[in-house]
Design a protein. Structure first.
Length: 377
């Protein structure tokens, strides 16, 4: 009987499709997933491992039979909500261990689409997960550690992405002209102040706080959980080449922040800038449907976005004494120039020769002149 049961299980595995699902509440049970997913197919098994993904989320494998279109099944599952969480689904590239073996059955069949989910197993080498799980972590000893004096440093997460480049100008307007900025990733920046007293005043400043969602002392072990990256998109048809299209594509991985400037002479590729929490580099191929026709989209992560902090050129670094001395020098130069001009006028006047026809005021007598002589005069 045991052999027969094992045979039935193996047969079910051959005719079924295993779907990897994640992003559901921690208190979700196998029965809950079964009830939610059965509306889109015949569910025969739900397995929720005890461990969590490296993103700290629970995940599960839901097995369906009689699946005619696995892409449609995955797309339908991605529309489900469990509580306040939006379910993520993808075709599993590794499976739960079979009954007769303790080793995982890793499928070598490529995924139906390139959606990103658990680690890089679902879009890369099928042995990647086993390698990460079994290989020991790299240990860095003290010679790799850099000791930094962070007493005058503050870390802050800005509220608006567009304010990062202009942060030096904004802080200068709040009264903090002499600051040094460093980008930490995501929406985080590190600010160096001139002293500890200035740092304390900076952290209590109401105007400064209005630009940040949070401010704290600099931490040597800080790493931003978010990344702002540029992604290259190819394969979008001409009649779907629009901002809403690329915004919707970019929302697949995170929040779209910026689009590359439109170029009317290039419709082969488009670069978009997104904020994402994905730890793996984005490298995917997936399908979109436009007016009933399928198109294959290729997405590739290019590089991490980095800001260029603008300077406040309107702030002049000079004291009141310097301005007074400068004004005195300018006034002295003007006085000297006026004296030189007066001397030239006097010297020019002494060389003037008046004839007998000029009166004491310098007016010439023209009443006895002919018309031609008047005109010449």
């Amino acid at each position: 009987m045991a052999a027969r049961a094992r045979s039935n299980v193996d047969h079910t595995r051959l005719i079924s499709k295993s779907i990897f699902v994640t992003n559901f509440p921690d208190n979700t049970t196998s029965k809950d997933l079964w009830e939610v997913c059965k509306g889109y197919g015949t569910v025969v098994d739900v397995f929720i491992p005890d461990r969590k993904s490296k993103a700290g989320k629970r995940f599960a494998f839901v097995r369906f039979i009689k699946v005619d279109n696995v892409d449609r099944l995955v797309g339908n599952l991605c529309t489900l909500w469990i509580g306040r969480m939006h379910l993520h689904a993808n075709v599993a590239r590794f499976d739960r261990p079979p009954i007769h073996s303790s080793r995982p059955n890793i499928s070598t069949r490529p995924a139906a689409n390139g959606a990103s989910s658990f680690a890089s197993v679902l879009k890369g080498n099928p042995n990647t997960f086993n390698h990460i799980a079994s290989s020991p972590a790299m240990v860095l000893d003290d010679e790799c550690v850099v000791e930094r004096d962070l007493d005058n440093f503050v870390m802050g997460e800005v509220k608006d992405f567009s304010s990062i480049n202009n942060l030096r100008v904004l802080l200068s307007n709040e009264g903090f002209q002499h600051v040094r900025l460093a980008y930490l990733g995501g929406l985080w920046v590190m600010i160096e102040l001139t002293s500890v007293q200035t740092k304390m005043r900076f952290m209590k400043h109401v105007g400064v706080a209005s630009w940040f969602s949070q401010l704290c002392k600099a931490q040597p072990d800080f790493v931003s959980r978010e990344r702002i990256v540029w992604i290259d998109i190819e394969g979008v048809p001409l009649h779907a080449w629009s901002r809403p299209t690329f915004s919707k594509i970019g929302s697949r991985w995170g929040e779209v922040i910026e689009l590359e400037d439109n170029k009317e002479d290039c419709f082969a590729r488009k670069r978009i800038c997104i904020k994402t929490k994905l730890e793996d580099n984005i490298l995917e191929k997936f399908k979109i449907i436009v007016r009933g026709k399928n198109f294959v989209i290729r997405a590739k992560e290019l590089f991490v976005w980095s800001p260029t902090f603008n300077d406040n050129k309107e702030v002049d670094d000079y004291s009141e004494d310097d301005s007074v001395n400068g004004a005195e020098e300018i006034n002295g130069d003007i006085s000297k120039q006026m004296n030189l001009d007066n001397e030239k006028v006097i010297e020019g006047a002494s060389d003037t020769v008046f004839d007998d026809k000029a009166d004491s005021l310098g007016h010439e007598h023209t009443q006895n002149l002919s018309p031609n002589e008047k005109e010449n005069s």
